[in-house]
Each structure stands twice: as C-alpha cells, then as structure tokens.
Design a protein around this ligand. Structure first.
Ligand SMILES: Cc1cc2nc3c(=O)[nH]c(=O)nc-3n(C[C@H](O)[C@H](O)[C@H](O)COP(=O)(O)O)c2cc1C
Ligand SMILES: [Mn+2]
Length: 529
C-alpha cells in the first residue's frame, strides 16, 4: 500500500503506466490537451507527470493516475488485470472495514509553510483547463476537510475550487453535499467555517473524498479502509482540522458566511459546460503548507470518458451495493454506473426479482438515495444479463420491455445544473426514467417452459461442454487427458438421459386441442370467413 502519492507514481512507472512529460507544456489549456489525448487513446493512455510547466520551474503536475481500471486496481494494490466487477467488489469489501486515522507530530506536508502576505495560490502551476472556464481551478482532485459546527463530525469531500485571486477561491459544493450542510449551519450561526484542503495525499484520500458515503461517515476512516492501514494525519497550523501528513499541498482557511462570488462556468462531469456562472461561497486561505518540489494533483474533466468518470463508476457502483445491503433490500446482484454515460447519470442494476413490483422498489430506492441523485436512466436487468456488457443489456432492453408498461418517467426530480438537457427555467430539476428490462413475473406460467417467460435459445450446458472438449481434440489437435476422455463419456451418457426428458417436453409443447389448432391456423394466416 502507498504511503504517499510519490510512491504510487513510482509504481506506475515500474508498470509502464506513466509518461513523464519533460518538454515545456503551457498551463493554459495545453495540460488538458495532453490528458485528453491519453483519454482518447485506444486502449486508454498513461498517467501523466508534467515536469516542465511553463512559468513554474520546480513544480510538477500529476493527472490521469487512476484513469483506467488497470491503474485503479494498482492504486488498491490489486492485480492490474483485475476485472471491473472484481475492482468494484473489492472496493465494497474494503469499505466494510473502516480504519481509524492516526495523528502524527509532523510530516512532509510541513516542509514549507507560507502565512500572511506570503500566501499565494498561484505559486502552484494551476491549469486553465478549458478556454470557457471562469478561471483557473486548483481543486479538481483533492479533499476539502471540515467539521460540523454543532457536532464536530468530520467530513472530507471533493468539490471543485476556482482561484479568485492569490488568497481566495470559490468552492463549488452542492447544497446537499456534506460540506453544504456544515456551511449552512455555520452561516446560520453567522460564523466562518474553518476549512482545510489536501492536495496530493495518497490516492485513497481523494478517492474516499469523492465517494458518496452517507452523512456522518469520516472519509479518513474510509480512506484507511481502502489503504488497509491508517491514514497518518497532522494538525493544521492555523485551524482545528487535520490533514494527511503526506499531502503535497495543504490550504488552510475559512469559508466566509453570507459572501458569494461568481464561479464557473466549468467543463463538467457531464461532458459539457452545462451549468451557468454560479454565486458560490468564498474560501479565504490564511496558510499554505507544502512538500518541497510539490506535485499538484489534478484532473481534466470533460466529455466522457474522463478520469473522474472511471472513478465514479467504481465508487458509486460499489456504494450502491452497500446501500441496498444496509437497507435490507434483497435480490440486487451487481450495479454498474457506466463511465461512458458520465457515471452519475445512469445505472444498470442486475437483480433477481422475487415478487411482482420488486424491480420498482429497487429502482426507487436507488433514485431516492444520495447515489442516485443525478441518475436519469435506471435500467433493471435479470441475473442472466451481465450489467457490464452493454450488448447484453441492449438485448434485454429490446426483448424484455414494453414501452407502455415497463418504462416509468418520474418528473420533477432533483439533479445538479450541469446537465444541458434540463429545463432552462428549472435546471435543478430533471426527469428520471426507470426501465424494467427484467423477465416479467406476472406473465402466465407455462408448465412446459417451467417459467413465466420464454426460455433463452442457447444450447444446453452439456452440449457446450462436449463441444469444448471436441474443439480441443479436433480443432486444436490436442490429445485429451484421461480425465477429459472420461468426462466426455459421462457427458454423452447424461445426454442420453436428457434426451427422453427433452422429448417429453417437446411433445407436451406440441400437443394442441382441436380448438387450439383451429384458432392458431387462423392467427397464422387470417381468413375473413
Ligand atoms: C473530479 C470530481 C469533481 C467533483 N466536483 C464536485 C463539485 O464541484 N461539487 C460537488 O458537489 N460534488 C463534486 N464531486 C462529487 C463529490 O465529490 C461527491 O459527491 C462526494 O460524495 C462529496 O462528498 P460528501 O458526500 O462528503 O459531500 C466531484 C467528484 C469528482 C470525482
Ligand atoms: Mn461525506
């Protein structure tokens, strides 16, 4: 497990997953161009360490660290070829065992300390990500730390931060985010809210900060769960908050009550400059601490599939499973929030429906949760459909749904303003669609099928096993082992037994009464008289 961002970068380099960009790159839009090129490569390109950013000698910028499933697996210390499904399941399993952080006396993040008029956010190579952005965004892959002013509960969230000037940023948190709740309470008390920002800590921290854990959960504990070891924290210099000792850069300050400034637009997670300029709370920075030769961790957000979409696909799919378990909703087998659909905006839920209406219960629970807050399209599929294989999902959509019965449109649901299709006069409101693409349980039971739904046309298991063995011997020209020869004999024997069963089914299916025959004749070739 990695103690800091630098050891993860080294690991990526060992694995051939890192590109050191040594030529001079402009922080105006060009950094984004390099990252974009890596997103668009097939297969997706490497993580990037920019070592020579124009005007910023001695500073570097790291991006696209977990922009592929391979690198996300490496970040978790898993085998790089782990499947997406396994990464999600491992993520979920780890989250079941939170690990308390520990407080240490000092750490690399204290190597340099700036206070008073030395504070300058533009000391760091903060990119201008898109020409249409409202400013330079220093916070794109980080953790914003705050405490509930009433209860003292700690929260770390990832909310975009636009530099206003040397000592101020806007923070783009939504009102239902946990920072939003802390801030609302502080503002009611008329008090500033102390806030610290950690940039470039070990990747578990920003990953946990971006995961929609329930309110009241300390994300440092969850980062520890992902790390399988405690996150080492140090006290801030000027406020009563703790930050990871390994952070490359730490900003300390406060969110001012009642004051707002223009923030945005920004190239957003939906893939658009979807939202307008917003009036956002102001973060006044009083102190900056940083490692020598700091690495600014950032990410480029834009048209899917960006690094943030990959992250959100994993975090939200895993958290959805935990949420269903916590609520005691049975039957859910897997959840996939596809990265290429901007992760937050759609979900495919694989389940085994036990009763008529079960699918709707599951979908409504998801949409009503913090995870489904932006989810516009929720698709429910059966156990035999792999939710990670969009071809299979498409087949279920085309063959297991009837538009008028299986598609429900919920109107006036909450969302963020980043979706350009939202109504112009009410952009926080969206329609949400549920598509039940499961085999319906309320169809008449067909004894010959043994089910309410048409059987899938696919050769029996035994036949496929026989073909597998014969393929080996006949096509690949390999000699079967004694065990395999024996297996083949057993399979052929089983087939003989099955044949009588199949014949019986065939007969019962084909048996028609005289009345049914007449009816069916007319149905196939209608006659007027
Ligand atoms: C790259 C990135 C940028 C994000 N930007 C924002 C943002 O600007 N505002 C916001 O409310 N959520 C944003 N999110 C989503 C939040 O990080 C996520 O909902 C998280 O759960 C918030 O923490 P909280 O649940 O403790 O409030 C972003 C996520 C990622 C990965
Ligand atoms: Mn939280």
């Amino acid at each position: 497990m990695y103690e800091d961002l630098r050891s993860f970068i080294e690991k990526l380099e060992d694995e051939g997953e890192l590109l050191r960009v040594r030529c001079e790159v402009d922080w105006r839009y060009e950094v984004s161009g390099w990252i974009r090129r890596c997103y668009d490569m097939k297969p997706r390109g490497p993580a990037l360490l920019f070592e020579n950013i124009k005007d910023y000698a001695g500073y570097s910028l790291f991006a696209n660290g977990v922009g592929t499933y391979r690198r996300f697996a490496l970040a978790l210390g898993m085998r790089p070829d782990s499947s997406l499904r396994d990464i999600i399941l491992e993520f979920k399993r780890r989250c079941e065992n939170p690990v308390e952080p520990i407080l240490v006396s000092s750490g690399p993040c204290k190597e340099n300390i700036l206070t008073g008029d030395k504070v300058n956010l533009l000391k760091f190579p903060v990119p201008y990500w898109h020409p249409r952005d409202g400013g330079r965004y220093i916070g794109t892959w980080h953790g914003v730390v705050s405490k509930d002013p009433e209860t003292g509960e700690r929260n770390i969230g990832m909310y975009r931060m636009m530099v206003v000037d040397e000592t101020r940023t806007c923070i783009g948190f939504l009102p239902f985010s946990h920072l939003g709740i802390h801030y609302a309470k502080a503002e009611e008390m008329g008090k500033p809210l102390p806030v610290a920002v950690t940039i470039g800590a070990e990747e578990y921290v920003p990953i946990a900060a971006a995961t929609p854990f329930p309110a009241g959960v300390d994300e440092y504990k969850m980062a520890g769960a992902l790390k399988k070891a405690p996150i080492k924290l140090v006290k801030c210099e000027t406020i009563d908050l703790e930050v990871p000792a390994s952070s490359e850069i730490v900003l300390e300050g406060e969110l001012l009550p009642k004051e707002r400034l223009e923030e945005g637009p920004f190239g957003e997670h939906t893939g658009y400059h979807g939202g307008p300029v917003r009036m956002r709370p102001i973060f006044k920075v009083k102190c900056i601490t940083f490692r020598s030769n700091p690495i600014l961790r950032g990410t480029y957000l834009g048209k899917p599939t960006d690094e943030n979409n990959i992250l959100t696909q994993i975090t939200n799919s895993a958290e959805a499973l935990r949420m269903f378990e916590t609520y005691g909703i049975k039957g859910v087998k897997a959840v996939n929030c596809p990265a290429f659909g901007a992760a937050w905006l759609s979900a495919i839920i694989q389940m085994k429906p036990y009763y008529v209406g079960h699918t709707w219960d599951v979908a409504h629970t998801f949409i009503g949760s913090n995870l489904g807050r932006h989810c516009k399209i929720t698709i429910l599929v059966d156990e035999d459909i792999d939710p990670f294989d969009i071809e299979q999902v498409w087949w279920a959509l085309t063959t297991r749904t009837q538009g008028s019965r299986d598609i429900e449109v919920l109107r006036f649901q909450r969302t963020s303003r980043s979706d350009p299709s939202a109504p112009r006069d009410a952009p926080e409101i969206t329609d949400k669609v549920i598509i039940d693409a499961t085999k319906k349980l309320d169809y008449p039971y067909v004894p010959a099928y043994g089910s309410t739904w048409a059987p899938v046309a696919y050769p029996p298991e035994e036949i496929m096993k026989i073909v597998e063995l014969r393929w080996k011997s006949e096509v690949e020209g390999k000699k079967l082992t004694e065990e395999e020869v024996e297996q083949l004999q057993q399979l052929n024997k089983k087939l003989k037994e099955l044949e009588s069963e199949w014949e019986e089914k065939r007969q019962s299916l084909r048996k028609m009464s005289e009345e049914e025959r007449e009816k069916e004749k007319h149905r196939s070739y209608p006659r007027r008289t």
